[in-house]
Design a protein around this ligand. Structure first.
Ligand code: DAU
Length: 342
């Protein structure tokens, strides 16, 4: 398999590259990554030491770069992780989300069709369904995204659907829950809180923290994507979740325990997502389970392991947390509510 992994220098993408190198001895992997604020060469230093893996700096929106790469590396399969992914950032600026998450997907679909690739797996999110008060989303649930980010992901998913219906392009969409694990950029709940708590800083809990997320360890998610890549049916959508629903306040309590910090560091702030803050996500995942996949990692144990990973990899996250781009986002987004506690 000659695999193009788009967004392979990011959180989920880099973990997926590691998995494929281990599981598929004969594979060749081309990583394409734009190295935006969330992509990082230190994240993939280990995989680039493997001669089967090569890196190209570029955007999925750039059709020329994608085409040259597909031809030069004789690509047979694409897995797309490249995306703007942070809801909070999409509330400050959403143009880049449309560019990457909608137009970028269109470019990959066109390349898949034009060069007759065997398969494109497009990695999406449960957020495209919106919020569900009771029960679970199935792959047939309507798409009702509530933030500019989730709407951009829904746009990519619909492009994929239309390409399959119109041209028979062999594309498959996966929709994952909230991921946690090593190498997650410290702006999302878990790594943001862990790195700040380790420094003894206050952390901003949105509202009363009663929102429920379905958490899945990044390696379980990657194993699900691998299963879909090998066995999934073109034109289909596969939900990938762990049936592990937790209210934010519960996750935060575990993080306090694991970092040994006092609850006084948690500051409840007016919800910056306001009406766009989805109350609950929950997915039925029978379809991917029917392919033979099952999540294997228990939440509490692996959340503890994730906290340990951040403690032991300060050299990875400290330069990010002290970068100007990171600090200016944190200041712009949280400054008004955290004030001097920032
Ligand atoms: O559900 C899948 C999605 O999960 C992915 O598509 C997104 O890319 C990923 O960012 C994540 O979206 P969320 O918005 O759920 O993740 P986030 O970590 O930003 O927030 C998780 C919950 O924690 C959410 O209810 C908001 C809350 N939160 C988040 C942050 C960053 C806080 O209370 N305080 C915070 O500082």
């Amino acid at each position: 398999m000659n695999l193009l992994v788009c967004g392979g220098a990011g959180f989920i993408g880099s973990n997926f590259v590691r998995l494929m190198l281990e599981r598929e001895p004969g594979c060749r992997i081309a990583i394409l990554d734009a190295l935006t604020y969330a992509g990082n060469m230190t994240t993939i230093a280990d995989v680039l030491a493997d001669p089967r893996c090569r890196f190209t700096h570029g955007q999925i929106q750039d059709a020329h770069t994608v085409a040259e790469l597909v031809k030069a590396k004789k690509i047979t399969h694409i897995v797309n992780f490249a995306a703007e992914t942070h809801n909070d950032r999409s509330l400050l600026e959403s143009g880049s989300f449309i560019q990457t998450d909608v137009f970028g997907v269109h470019v990959l679909l066109e390349a898949t069709r034009k060069f007759g690739l065997e398969r494109l797996v497009h990695v999406s999110t449960d957020e495209v369904y919106g919020s569900i008060a009771e029960g679970r989303f199935t792959e047939q649930s309507p798409l009702e995204p509530n933030t500019p980010y989730s709407a951009s992901k829904a746009g990519g998913d619909l492009q994929a659907r239309a390409h399959f219906v119109s041209f028979g392009t062999p594309v498959i969409v996966t929709r994952g829950g909230n991921n946690y694990g090593p190498f997650q950029y410290p702006e999302k709940l878990i790594p943001f809180f862990v790195t700040r708590l380790m420094d003894g800083k206050k952390v901003p809990l949105y509202g009363d923290g009663s929102q429920v997320r379905e958490w899945i360890h990044v390696m379980d998610h990657c194993e699900g994507i691998e299963k879909v890549l090998r066995k999934g049916e073109p034109g289909q959508v596969y939900n990938i979740g762990d049936d592990n629903e937790r209210a934010n306040h519960e996750v935060v309590r575990i993080l306090l325990e694991e970092t040994g910090r006092d609850a006084a560091l948690v500051k409840s702030i007016p919800d910056p997502r306001r009406g766009a803050h989805d109350k609950r996500y929950s997915m039925a995942c029978d379809r991917v389970r029917a392919l033979g996949w099952m999540p294997r990692r228990s939440f509490h144990e692996h959340l503890r392991e994730t906290v340990r990973w951040y403690r032991e990899h300060e050299a990875w996250w400290r330069p990010i947390a002290e970068s100007e781009a990171y600090e200016s986002f944190v200041k712009a987004f949280y400054g008004p509510s955290l004030g001097e506690d920032l």
